[in-house]
Design a protein around this ligand. Structure first.
Ligand SMILES: [Zn+2]
Length: 215
C-alpha cells in the first residue's frame, strides 16, 4: 500500500500516517520526522534546515527529494509506505519518482486547524502527538510511552502559524490538483476524532479502486 497524505497543518496527517502505517505494515515516512532526526544529530542538512525553519522557511526541494528517496529505497519500504507531508509543493511532486496507490487530502477548516496546532505538543523521543484538550497525556507535559518531556514544534509557534496556513493553501493545493489529474485524489473530512477520520479513509480505500500510478 502506497499512500500520500496531503492537507493543511493540523489536519492530522501525522496521526493518520502512523495509524495507517501500522495497519498496513509499511513505514510512515514523514518529512518532518526526517528533518527532526537530522537536526537532533546535527548533520549538515540538519543545521541548514534548522536555520531555515527559524526564519519561517522550509528545507529546499532538492534536499527533501534526496532524503525522501533515500528513505523509500530502504528494505522496509519495498512493500509500501505512507508519505506524510511530502510532496509539499508542485516541484517536489513533479520530481518524485515512485508508485502511488491512493492520494488523500485531509480537509480541515482553518479555525479547526489553528485550534489543533495551538494545543499540539509532541514527544521528541517517539514523535507521539498530543493535544491539550482532545488527546492529553496521562501526566501533563510528559509522554505516556517513554516519560520524555513534551515539546512544542518550532514550526507550531503561533507567530509562524498564519504563514504556514497561507503558504500551505497556495503551495500544497496545486500538489493535490496534480494528483487529481493523474490518479485518484480523495478528499477526506478531517474534523472529529482520529479514529473516525481513519474509518473515513479506510472506507474511501474500499470504495475507490486503487489507481497504482507510477511517477
Ligand atoms: Zn514518547
Amino acid at each position: 500500500m502506497r499512500i500520500v497524505l496531503l492537507g493543511p497543518p493540523g489536519a492530522g496527517k501525522g496521526t493518520q500516517g502512523k495509524i495507517l502505517a501500522e495497519k498496513f505494515g509499511v513505514p510512515h515516512v514523514a518529512t518532518g520526522d526526517i528533518i527532526r532526526e537530522h537536526i537532533a544529530k546535527r548533520t549538515e542538512f540538519g543545521c541548514k534546515v534548522e536555520a531555515a525553519i527559524a526564519a519561517g522557511n522550509f528545507a529546499s526541494d532538492e534536499d527533501i527529494n534526496y532524503w525522501v528517496s533515500r528513505r523509500l529505497s530502504e528494505p522496509d519500504a519495498l512493500s509500501g509506505y505512507i508519505l506524510d507531508g511530502f510532496p509539499r509543493v508542485l516541484t517536489q511532486a513533479k520530481a518524485f519518482r515512485g508508485t502511488v496507490d491512493a492520494v488523500f487530502w485531509l480537509d480541515l477548516p482553518e479555525l479547526s486547524a489553528m485550534e489543533r496546532i495551538a494545543g499540539r505538543w509532541v514527544c521528541p523521543q517517539c514523535s507521539t502527538v498530543y493535544h491539550l484538550t482532545h488527546c492529553a497525556p496521562r501526566i501533563t507535559g510528559v509522554c505516556d510511552w517513554d516519560s520524555v518531556h513534551l515539546v512544542k514544534r518550532p514550526e507550531d509557534a503561533l507567530d509562524k502559524m498564519r504563514f504556514r496556513l497561507d503558504y500551505n493553501r497556495s503551495q500544497m493545493w496545486p500538489v493535490a490538483e496534480h494528483y487529481a489529474a493523474l490518479t485518484a485524489l480523495v478528499i477526506i473530512d478531517a474534523e472529529g476524532a482520529a479514529e473516525v477520520v481513519t474509518e473515513r479513509i479506510l472506507h474511501a480505500l474500499l470504495a475507490t479502486p486503487l489507481a497504482k500510478t507510477d511517477f
